[in-house]
Write a protein that binds this ligand. Structure first.
Ligand code: HEM
Length: 254
């Protein structure tokens, strides 16, 4: 990036941060309207709480602020890419997020898409996207290289549902009957379910309380005051032994 472009970006970070809510709500509305298939990727229950929407835009702003020394964000990059890999985020989806984010920045700052300012933000976004895409690529590769490991989604069957205090324990076995990656206590998987009465799937992370070997067991607790997209409530209310879910490989929290 040229020094002029870096200045354009860093000078506008505070304004965008002040308008953070407008930026993120415009961004998500626009993106999910134009690319409704992403409703299967983003957890719509989290969208309703506003937690995740703020996280993505805040991370882009934090990166932009430190554009001359992105190494200060190494921890954040590790955290984001771990989450992305557990959700099977793909390189080509970065273009969609970027396009919508740039339109949202143009809207919030009230500058045309063809301006120098948006060109500078585009460079900043692409630089960050490139870092994330490369880290994610090596994480996917690392997962496939381990015994029983895989990248993306794999079909599992619910083989048992046991009641425990205020929760149910779901036992999940791979339907291909092949080896599955062993997991340590504290690692997590994403589980994807079908949302009843909608043509939609929704993912959610579950952390293992104990080490796991030839099956995975997740504890599912009911979620109060959540939307119809709560994966925990969908599992508890509609899934039975013999039903199938999609599962991503266990990964360590960062
Ligand atoms: C430069 C681009 C991106 C940045 C800076 C970014 C940043 C983030 C951050 C900070 C989080 C929250 C992590 C957490 O849960 O603690 C997140 C989660 C997530 N990101 Fe990204 N992301 C980017 C691109 C993408 C792309 C291209 C996709 C796919 C379309 C995507 C999909 C998701 C999803 C589905 C979640 C989890 C949301 C949830 O559970 O509610 N992100 N991202």
């Amino acid at each position: 990036m040229t020094p002029e472009h870096i200045k354009l970006v860093t000078d506008t970070v505070p304004v965008l941060r002040e308008n953070g809510v407008a930026l993120t709500s415009y961004f998500y509305k626009r993106m999910l309207n134009n690319n409704p298939e992403l409703k299967n990727v983003f957890n719509l229950d989290h969208q309703s709480t506003g937690r995740q929407p703020r996280a993505l835009a805040a991370a882009v702003l934090a990166y932009a602020e430190h554009i001359e020394n992105p190494s200060v964000l190494a921890k954040a990059i590790e955290h984001i890419t771990t989450k992305h890999v557990s959700l099977n985020i793909q390189a080509d989806q970065y273009a969609i997020v970027g396009e919508n984010l740039l339109h949202s920045i143009s809207e919030v700052l009230d500058v045309p898409m063809e301006s120098d300012l948006i060109a500078a933000w585009k460079e900043a976004y692409l630089q960050l996207a490139d870092i994330l895409i490369n880290v994610e690529k090596s994480k996917y590769q690392g997962l496939t290289e381990q015994n029983g490991g895989w990248a993306g989604w794999r079909e599992f069957e619910i083989t048992a549902i046991d009641a425990s205090e205020n929760a149910k324990k779901f036992t999940l076995k791979a339907t291909d009957k092949q080896e599955i990656l062993a997991a340590k206590a504290g690692q997590f998987i994403s589980v994807k379910v079908k949302v009843p009465n909608h043509d939609l799937e929704q993912p959610q992370q579950f952390t293992f309380a104990e080490a796991q070997n030839d099956a995975y067991q997740i504890e599912v607790k009911p979620e109060v005051d959540h939307t119809e997209y709560s994966v925990a409530n969908i599992l508890l209310d509609t899934y039975k032994v013999g039903d199938k879910v999609l599962v991503s490989a266990p990964i360590a929290k960062s």
